[in-house]
Design a protein around this ligand. Structure first.
Ligand code: HPA
Length: 267
């Protein structure tokens, strides 16, 4: 006999509470906003409801400054959009189930489109801080997966080509790159960045990859957008720090929000 809580049942339970707390029975789109992106959420306008994630069963309290831990329900055209302000990172508790609980809750609430945003380090000097980059694929170096047991999920097109094309209709000059996810919370060493370059990565970060896997398991279409907050370790001769990442996010959040609203309006 197992006493472990089934994560899918836990998500279904959280989705029922979400419906009750927001008064919205069915959500269509989930938008996850990463570090310092809170002002981006404001671009979606006045929410019909806002709740604190810890009001829902199974959600961890936010551990990192700049991660607000709120859910807003907003209406965009005919769509009910769930905005997630702040996320659970793998480095917080080493718990991949906790990392994807919000995505699974959204899936259980009816979501078919998952938009994942993040702050990332860039391996390209042509993508300086402030550059939004579409994620075209990922390399999961976290050592983790939200999938337990023989769940052979196809991730050939983990980030939807259709949604990337849609985003490029809004902003044709959006570059595309491969997001390389590390466990963190330490930033990468210059040797690790050299490795990322050698294996085909363009961006580095500590989120998103496990959420994308969980979304694909649930057959949602995934759009990923990184905001470059810094050049990757060893590229500038300067050290990396979290404040710099938050500050770059803050500065670009409003324009990122406008971009996200335009993309979601086209869904
Ligand atoms: N590395 C990992 N995660 C990050 C970075 C980085 O350079 N910048 C923002 N998040």
């Amino acid at each position: 006999m197992t006493t472990e809580i089934d994560p899918y049942q836990a998500a279904a339970t959280a989705a029922r509470v979400l419906a009750k707390e927001t008064g919205v029975v069915h959500h269509d789109v989930l938008v996850v906003l990463g570090s310092g992106w809170t002002p981006a959420a404001d671009e979606f306008g006045t929410p019909t409801a806002e709740i604190i994630v810890t009001d829902l069963p199974g959600f961890a309290a936010p551990a990192v400054a700049g991660h607000a831990g709120k859910l807003r329900s907003v209406r965009v055209g005919s769509l009910n959009v769930l905005l997630q302000l702040g996320r659970t990172h793998f480095y917080e508790k080493n718990d991949a189930q906790a990392v994807v609980h919000a995505v699974r809750t959204a899936l259980a609430a009816g979501v078919k489109t998952v938009v994942l945003t993040n702050a990332a380090g860039s391996l390209h000097t042509t993508w300086p801080p402030g550059t939004p980059v579409l994620i075209k694929d990922q390399i999961n170096l976290t050592g983790g997966t939200p999938l337990v047991g023989a769940r052979f999920v196809d991730v050939t097109e983990i980030y939807s080509k259709r949604l990337r094309d849609l985003a490029k209709q809004v902003k044709p000059d959006l570059p595309e790159g491969v997001y390389t996810a590390f466990h963190g919370p330490q930033y990468e060493t210059p040797a690790e960045i050299a490795m990322v370059k050698a294996i085909g990565g363009d961006l580095v970060g500590m989120s998103t990859a496990l959420e994308a896997i969980a979304a694909r398991e649930g057959n949602a279409e995934v759009l990923g957008i990184s905001l470059v907050t810094n050049l990757a370790a060893g590229m500038t001769g300067e050290k990396l720090n979290h404040e710099e990442v938050l500050e770059a996010g803050k500065q670009a959040a409003t324009s990122m929000g406008k971009l996200l609203v335009e993309v979601v309006s086209k869904l």
